[in-house]
Design a binder for this molecule. Sequence first.
Ligand code: ZN
Length: 492
Amino acid sequence: MKAHQLSIYNSMSRSKELFQPLHAPNVGLYVCGPTVYGDPHLGHARPAITFDILFRYLTHLGYKVRYVRNITDVGHLEHDADEGEDKIAKKARLEQLEPMEVVQYYLGRYHKAMEALGVLPPSIEPHASGHIIEQIEYIKTILDAGYAYVSDGSVYFDVPKFNADYGYGKLSGRNIDELLATTRELDGQSEKRNPADFALWKKASPEHIMHWPSPWSEGFPGWHLECSTMSEKYLGQQFDIHGGGMDLKFPHHECEIAQSVAHNHAPAVRYWMHNNMITINGTKMGKSLGNFITLEEFFNGSHPLLAQAYSPMTIRFFILQAHYRGTVDFSNEALQAAETALGRLLDSYRRLADLKASDTSTVDVSDLEARAYAALDDDLNTPVLIGVLFDAARIINAVKDHTATATQADIDTLRSLMDTFMVEILGITPQQGADQSSMQPFHDAVDLLLQIRADAKSKKDWATSDLIRDRMAAIGFTVKDTKDGAEWSVSK
Ligand code: ZN
């Protein structure tokens, strides 16, 4: 175990807190996962990448992390409401598929996109539909404790009673009185004693295709319940970190808190972490706004708003250039800048292999590692960490270009820094996706051309060597002769 002062921002206390796990070296991490009824998009990428960094860093520090990320494959009704049609069931009905065919199809696409983005798979990926029995048992306990009531085959959580005993709305800072005053009357709400009450179990209407037997009705669990139930099943009644997007604070996480406190008489979660949202050209992403871009469209550049394709590593790097609690705005300009910066970083990483050690050093690499750890320990400050990596890249380039010298120890420090912080923790790898592996034959071919040119020069065959240089320049290559041979780059 590395002794570290890792601080994380706890959304509940609204302050940075020193991370102290309940049962070190074990850490329980739960993150709200995707609802699988459509293609994965940017909104899926940010929480997955944010908590991938946390997962990777905690693992690096020596913790044994059990990372649970659920799959919402049942009961996800229209947003923020207990009414409406389950979106998976709706897709299944429209496409004449079994609901589980819809789930399987989109889950496969989600996994593929996450792998391309360099997101490590969690330890457990439980499906809501696979935990109906546990959810029914959970509801029974809340009913026995007096914080829920049955109404016409459905079961609702009694928010005012819970609020009187424990307080409701602490995470989101919502005022319950205000909430009760402003909550709209919704269709079918007459079943509820109070508009703020939320469903733990819903009786299925005859056309509802996903339903299960329960003591109250043939029906399905409310959306919020799966996270309380599955986090307890796999991480215990109390666990370390619960993560998710900021948009889930209310009502989803607030309802999770109410459920688990009613169930266990104590809060389940010790640290709440939320990533901020993504906008596209300054506006919120939405199907109706025409700016809803799937990850696949980013990877192949097929959406009309995109000037080009962006590799999964460019998307990952771009997201990590912002702190997870800050907003990220996607635009072609910003993505192109990220692509260029990422290319520079990866170029320097490749050049590490060619560095020649000197007996004396003119570079100072002594504080790089400490600065890298300090950035991550400060609530996973990835933009500051990336700045440290660029400092290392500048040193690598200077040594490669012979404007500075480094000892073997310096070079070893630079390699260890890049391997640990860029590859292992930020998950930025030259092999990932389309970035480098598919480009390798291209690099080899250009090197071969330059080798032929060098051979021509050594035989004083100036016609051939000039022809290669001029033709390459016409295509867009910049070739620079150095005392070790030639270096090239592509000027766009
Ligand atoms: Zn959840």
